[in-house]
Every structure is written in C-alpha cells, then in structure tokens.
Ligand binder design. Structure first.
Ligand code: PEP
Ligand code: MN
Length: 343
C-alpha cells in the first residue's frame, strides 16, 4: 500500500499539481495531505482548514485517487464525511490522548472509514494498542497501524527513532492489524528516507506513507523531509521488496536446521542463567548473614565493564551486552532484596 502526498495542503494548485504528478509517476493508493496541522509550537503553519477539503475532493473526483487526512476531533470527522472521504488518520499527538481517540471513534462510528492509527510519540505500546482497540470496539474492521517513529531523547541523525521492536510487538499482539511505515517522519531529512523505507520492507511491513510535495523546498511544513514526486518514484524503484514466504524446499530445510540450532542455544542460555541466579541467591544469603548491603557498586561497575569488553572482542555490541547485564543485575538485586525484606 502506498500513501503519498504533501505534509500539508497549502494551495489548490500545490495539491492538484502534486497529486497529478504522483498519479502519473507512482499511482498511490491514497493521496495524503494535512488540513489541520497539530504543531508543537504556536505560530507555525497550522493548516488551511476546511477550504482545503474542497481541494482534496477535486483530487478524489477528478484524478480518481482516494484521499486521506488527519483528524483530531469529532468536528473534523463531520467535515471529512461531508466531503466524501473514505479514510482518515489519527496523528501521533492525538493518539496519546484517549479522550480524543474515543471522541473520534464515536463520531466516526457507522461511517465506512478506513482508519489509520499512528503510534504515539512516546514509546508506549499500550497507548497505541488502546487507540486501535477503541476503533475495533466501534465496529471498524479496516484499521491500519502507522509506524512513524518515537521521540528521541538524545541527539540523533533521525527526527524520530524507529524503535522497530515496538511495531514488532504490536504485530505479535494484534496479528490481524496491518502495519505500514511512515519513513518521512522517522527520517526528518530526505537523505535517510530510503534506508528507513528499506528497513520497513525487510520487516515485512504492509506499505508506506511518504510525504511528497511538487516543490519540496517551498513547503510550509516539514520541508526537509518531503520528496518531489519523481524522487518518490526513484525511491520505490530502489526498494527491494522481500516476501514473507517462499515456496522452496531447500530454503525451508536450511531455515529449519538453523532454527533448531537457535532453539538448542536458547535453552542453554536459560540453563546458564538459572545457574547464575542460583549463585546470586547464595551470595544474597551470605550478605544477609553478614549484614552487608545488597548493592556493591564497585563490583557492578567491574562486571559491566569486563563483560562489555569481552563481548566487544567477540563482536557483540557494547549496548547489547550492557542492556543484557543491566537486566540480569536488576533481577539479582531484586531477588537479594526480597531476601532482606527491603523492597
Ligand atoms: C503528518 O503526517 O504530517 C504528521 C503530522 O504526522 P505525525 O502525527 O506522525 O507527526
Ligand atoms: Mn509532516
């Protein structure tokens, strides 16, 4: 599925010219454009409002591309219904507010809308699932999740972190919900969009929402990340679309063999972990009998440093080893504290 169009509708010419080029070059399934723009700070471009709906209606009627826009309240639903839209999306900021999501779901109830739910900006999987559930409960059966990245708390080259483990967890919890990716808002810069889009394809996501503007540099919002329609075509041509299944006996046998090896190693890992916890519990006992504090920060620093270094020599990333041992250490401290009754 391809959803493509400008971040915002700015003028009738910009909307129609972008849609015309996109139709010719990439034939998107939906033409997107923001009409009401939720902005972090006031005084930035907040969208053209209702008059833009008539421009999108022209795209739908004259170019025959279904259109989609962001809604943030019940009033927006009423307006898009009046203009004959068959789809809408809930933005990353709105999805974080269950009152708003509920209000939108109730207002849209009974309408034949396809509903796209972006993830919230904070990496809270329950909030994302919760919003999807609110639409399910109102009887919508075409709900699609849009993975648009998460607010990075540290400086990164990307505008938002993809945190792929979160959409993967969503797919595990809600296997009937299709997930597409919005690489434009993850990247924040045109130069990273292709690599993010490829990663989404490697994860077998069901489609892409890409921002495209007929004159990206003049865009009134998100001008760093909008591609010209011809660049969208180049990006799509460069993508390697992977299939989730291949009918090849040799491949299946090889995969099965390697997975068996992984299974054995995973059980070994768990056995070793169990042995390790048995020892930390013993340590807990002797700390208790000698009235010694559970947390020994110097020992922990040494463990973390030596394991990270050893892991690095094996070719494992320091972040992985540190994260793994932090979890193990946290659990050991918890167990030893249980013994000491100080939780
Ligand atoms: C958008 O799609 O233009 C937009 C504002 O997205 P998000 O809600 O993901 O920030
Ligand atoms: Mn945008």
């Amino acid at each position: 599925m391809l959803i493509c169009g400008p971040c915002s509708a700015e003028s009738e010419e910009q909307v129609l010219e972008t849609a015309r080029q996109l139709k010719e070059l990439v034939a998107p399934d939906y033409f997107r454009a923001g009409i009401w723009k939720p902005r972090t700070r006031p005084n930035s471009f907040e969208g053209v409002g209702e008059k833009g709906l008539a421009w999108l209606q022209r795209v739908q009627d004259e170019l025959r591309i279904p259109v989609i826009t962001e809604v943030a309240n019940a009033n927006h639903i009423e307006k898009i219904a009046k203009y004959g839209f068959s789809a809408f999306w809930i933005g990353a900021r709105t999805v974080a507010n269950p009152f708003s999501v509920q209000e939108i779901a109730e207002a849209a109830k009974g309408g034949k809308f396809k509903v796209f739910v972006k993830n919230p900006t904070n990496p809270d999987i329950d909030l994302w699932c919760g919003a999807i559930e609110r639409f399910k409960k109102m009887g919508f059966d075409e709900i699609i999740a849009v993975s648009r990245g998460f607010y990075p708390f540290a400086e990164t080259k990307l505008r938002n972190l993809p945190c792929w483990e979160i959409p993967i967890e969503l797919a595990r919890r809600m296997p009937d919900i299709k997930i597409i990716c919005d690489p434009s808002h993850i990247a924040g810069d045109t130069k990273y969009i292709a690599e993010i889009a490829q990663q989404a394809m490697d994860l077998n996501m069901a489609g892409l929402m890409i921002e495209s503007h007929c004159c990206p540099h003049n865009a009134l919002s998100d001008n760093q990340q909008q591609l010209a329609p011809i660049e969208v075509k180049q990006l799509l041509n460069s993508l390697k679309i992977k299939s989730s299944y291949v009918n090849d006996r040799n491949f299946e046998i090889e995969l099965e063999m390697l997975r068996n090896k992984i299974d054995v190693l995973d059980y070994q890992l768990l056995d070793v972990l169990k042995q390790r916890f048995a020892i930390t519990n013993e340590i807990g006992e002797i700390k208790k009998s000698h009235n010694v504090a559970v947390l020994q920060i110097d020992r922990w620093k040494k463990v973390l440093e030596s394991r990270s270094e050893y892991g690095e020599r094996l070719g494992l990333s320091r972040e992985l080893v540190a994260a793994l041992f932090s979890e193990i250490h946290k659990e050991s401290i918890k167990e030893q504290s249980d013994d000491l009754n100080i939780r």
